[in-house]
Design a protein around this ligand. Structure first.
Ligand code: PXG
Length: 297
């Protein structure tokens, strides 16, 4: 495995960053989780746009341009010979001293890229659906660092996921301070009821998922239904016809049991299944080519 760090490639065992990197000392940095299907990187521009926005929000100067980052991602996937891949791009504040002051990170940001095979939910989960719980951990407020920044501070999400695991569930819902549903520990959330599809708005405190945006487009183009963004309590999920989650790893997947309540018929419903199909068709037929790009040079 070849890992990119600041312009150079390293073998896995040699891919190391400093213990003085503020990404390690403070979780001071941002990341993206990106997928490649069939030798093409899915919605790469959207991920890079979100990365640029996250960087700007935390006053982080990217060490190279977005165009150069795009090239580095393609090169990392290519060097590892991957067609289907999970790509992790991380940008940290860089090497500083033991204090909080970001000005001490004089060498600039650290950027690394890992491209690996992807670990997926077993296919049967796409038929049977997931079990989900509501976490006791609240979503960060909009008056804190907004959940819209994909920062390296994932402890709340990790602890929420641990609660799910302890309860025999696969995902956890985070409510925001007002008790409305925001999102899951690593996925956005939608529900369908009486032919309409709903999802929490950005003001509920969510990461604006690349998959969420694609699914909203697919709902409009393929199902002829515009997704309604509104705040709702978790009780609306219990009475929904279908609940589904979206994320780079999970794609589109049903949640069929929430806090012990069976949702709909207790298996992936027709809207979810149709969206899974449309999403996969689209993912497998779009994206930035990894290998043709090199041939064309
Ligand atoms: N909300 C949160 C909090 C996320 O971390 C999503 C929504 C979905 O966004 P995208 O852009 O992927 O549609 C995410 C991203 C994992 C893992 O290993 C998942 C994410 C990030 C990092 C790791 O399950 N999900």
């Amino acid at each position: 495995m070849k890992i990119y760090i600041n312009g150079k490639f390293f073998e896995k065992d040699d891919a190391k960053i400093s213990v003085f990197d503020h990404g390690v000392l403070y979780g001071d940095g941002i990341f993206e989780g990106i997928r490649a299907y069939n030798g093409r990187i899915f919605r790469l521009e959207d991920h890079l746009q979100r990365l640029a926005e996250s960087a700007n929000a935390i006053l982080l100067k990217l060490p190279i341009t977005i165009k150069e980052i795009e090239k580095a991602i393609i090169e990392t996937v290519r060097l590892n010979g991957l067609k289907d891949a999970y790509i992790r791009l991380v940008v940290t504040r860089g090497v500083g001293d033991l204090g909080l002051d970001m000005r001490k990170c004089k060498g600039g940001a650290t950027l690394f890229i890992i491209a690996d095979r992807i670990e997926l939910y077993p296919e049967e989960f796409y038929e049977k659906g997931l079990t989900v719980i509501t976490s006791t951990i609240r979503q960060k407020g909009l008056d804190q660092v907004t959940p819209g920044v994909k920062s390296l501070n994932y402890l709340a999400n990790i602890l929420a996921r641990a609660e799910a695991t302890a309860a025999g569930a696969q995902e956890a819902i985070l409510l925001n301070a007002s008790g409305h549903v925001s999102e899951c520990s690593g996925d956005n959330l939608f529900y369908a009821k009486n032919g309409k599809i709903f999802t929490p708005p950005t003001s509920a405190g969510i990461l604006v998922g690349v998959t969420r945006n694609v699914v909203m487009e697919l709902c409009e183009k393929k199902l002829g239904t515009k997704v309604i963004e509104r705040n709702f309590p978790r009780y609306d999920l219990y009475g929904a016809d279908e609940v589904f989650l979206t994320g780079t790893g999970a794609e589109v997947i049903a949640a069929v049991k929430i806090d012990g309540r069976i949702i709909g018929k207790g298996v992936a419903g027709p809207t979810t299944k149709t969206l899974i199909k449309h999403f996969r068709d689209y993912a497998n037929s779009s994206g930035t080519p990894v290998y043709e790009a090199v041939k064309a040079k």
